[in-house]
Each structure stands twice: as structure tokens, then as C-alpha cells.
Design a protein around this ligand. Structure first.
Ligand SMILES: [Ca+2]
Ligand SMILES: [Ca+2]
Ligand SMILES: [Ca+2]
Length: 276
């Protein structure tokens, strides 16, 4: 199913951004080179992205589409694991409170400054669990912020390296999340986000850059295999929870300010079905 709703939103944002630039020039405001990086992003209309960023992928399906997208999104800047802290404070900022981030599974708004390893703090959740492909936190898939999210330390530990599937018992302190011995089900509002992060990783990492070829499958208990399940459930989640403004802004911020590559499944959710 095509959800090409972005063209209606982004040209407007781009127009505002253009006015803002002109206004700034006209006012000849003094330069503030030491000011903190702005979090505003001049969003690019999807039609423009298609004509430029995605031009080699358009009209393709299946393995041809996957291969074309791999070539496109593999052109990127990489950041270190320590740089990930500050990046997440930007990409996952609470739209209602710029001092906070939104935690992926709990949905809690937590002060950016409260990051760390203690109970009650937030840390860096690898949605594609590190052990599934054993990539650790060296620069590469383990520092790719397209699948890294702030999460409550305790809930991050509960998720561990479990595959994703429906079912289980309620996760304490994280309403709407469920888990059992072999799988984790995130709350409804981020089910699609999780699916699109997993599928991004599958396309980005194809075993040609010293890291494992990451691929989804339809199993649980994948352990240290470079696979995450279950694909049929992830596809369903992507359908049920289409990209919203938070996820789209996140993709824009990563593209404009950090990695300079995009998650194609946020821009084109219909490409999930076109490949899998
Ligand atoms: Ca299970
Ligand atoms: Ca969502
Ligand atoms: Ca792959």
C-alpha cells in the first residue's frame, strides 16, 4: 500500500524554512558560530528526494530494489559509539520539551541529561540486537543511529537480545509492551518504527563491509545468528503503524546532520512489501 502523504506536508515546511533563511539574511543577525546546533531541519519534498536520492531505485522491485537501495544508503558518514549519546539527544528529542528525549518502548519523556547505566536512567538500545551478527559497538552497525534509540535501562535489559513477536506478559514499567522467554512485543505506537529499523538494517548490511549480512527471518530464538525475527510479524506491524512526524523528523535529522543516509522504508513504506 502506498502512503505518499509526505508531499503534502514537506513542501510547506520547506517553504517556511526558506522564509526563515531569507529573514535571517535580511536582518543581518550577527553570526553565532558557537551556538548549539539547531534541531530544525529543512525537510525535502519526497518528490525531490525521488528525483535525486532514490532515482536509481524507482520502478524496481524485489532483489533489484533491495540492491539499488543498498548502494544508495551505504553512502554515509559513520559516528562513534560515544557520539551516539549526543546524536540521540537530537534525533529523539521530545517535541513538547526540548530538554527531554522520548524513550522507545516506555514512551516516557526523560531528561536528556539523565543518560547512563543506573536504574531509572536511559541508555542506548540496539533495536537490531548486537549479538545477532556480533557487531558490538565498534563503528558500523553498532553505532548506526537509524536503529539506536534511547530506552530505560531496565526495560532495555528486559528486551535483551530477544527477537520480535506478538505475545507474552506485560512488561513492568512499560505499558503496552509484552515479553516471554523468546520474544518482545513493543507498544503499538512504535511497532512500525521497530519493523522499519530492522528492515533498514537488512538492506544496509549485506556482508560487504567486514560485518555480517543482516537479514530478517520468520523465527524466534535466533541467538547469535545474524538474523532477527519474525519477518511476517514485522511486516504486519509496518502496515498497522505507518510513519508519523516523529519518525519522519528523525530520518531527516539523521540524513541532514549525522549520517547523510536515509531509511527508505520511512520514505516509502510500500517498499517493505515490494522486497519482502
Ligand atoms: Ca514468544
Ligand atoms: Ca509509530
Ligand atoms: Ca542484509
Amino acid at each position: 500500500m502506498s502512503r505518499r502523504h509526505l508531499p503534502y506536508r514537506r513542501p510547506l515546511l520547506a517553504t517556511f524554512a526558506a522564509f526563515a533563511v531569507l529573514a535571517g539574511t535580511a536582518a543581518a543577525a550577527p553570526a553565532t558560530p558557537t551556538a548549539p546546533r539547531t534541531t530544525s531541519v529543512a525537510a525535502t519534498p519526497l518528490a525531490t528526494l525521488d528525483d535525486t536520492y532514490y532515482q536509481d531505485a524507482l520502478g524496481k522491485t524485489g532483489t533489484q530494489l533491495k540492491s539499488a537501495l543498498h548502494s544508495i544508503i551505504s553512502v554515509q558518514t559513520k559516528i562513534s559509539y560515544s557520539q551516539v549519546w549526543d546524536a540521540l539527544k537530537d534525533t529523539d528529542q521530545d517535541p513538547a520539551n526540548s530538554s527531554n528525549v522520548i524513550l522507545l518502548y516506555t514512551g516516557r519523556s526523560e531528561p536528556k541529561s539523565d543518560n547512563g547505566g543506573a536504574v531509572g536512567q536511559w541508555n542506548r538500545e540496539h533495536v537490531w540486537a548486537k549479538s545477532h551478527g556480533d557487531f558490538g559497538t565498534s563503528t558500523g552497525p553498532g553505532t548506526d543511529i537509524h536503529h539506536l534509540r534511547p530506552e530505560d535501562v531496565t526495560v532495555n535489559s528486559v528486551r535483551g537480545n530477544k527477537d520480535f513477536d506478538n505475545g507474552g506478559t506485560a512488561v513492568s514499567g512499560a505499558a503496552g509492551n509484552y515479553t516471554d522467554s523468546d520474544s518482545f512485543e513493543p507498544r503499538d505506537a512504535v511497532k512500525g518504527d521497530v519493523a522499519r529499523m530492522i528492515l533498514y538494517m537488512a538492506v544496509r548490511y549485506e556482508g560487504d563491509d567486514a560485518f555480517a549480512d543482516l537479514e530478517p527471518n520468520d523465527r524466534v530464538n535466533n541467538g547469535s545468528a545474524p538474523n532477527i525475527g519474525r519477518l511476517s510479524v514485522l511486516k504486519q506491524w509496518s502496515q498497522e503503524d505507518p510513519p508519523d512526524s516523529f519518525e519522519e523528523r528523525r530520518n531527516d535529522v539523521i540524513f541532514d546532520q549525522y549520517q547523510h543516509n536515509r531509511n527508505p522504508f520511512i520514505d516509502h513504506p510500500e517498499w517493505v512489501e515490494a522486497i519482502w
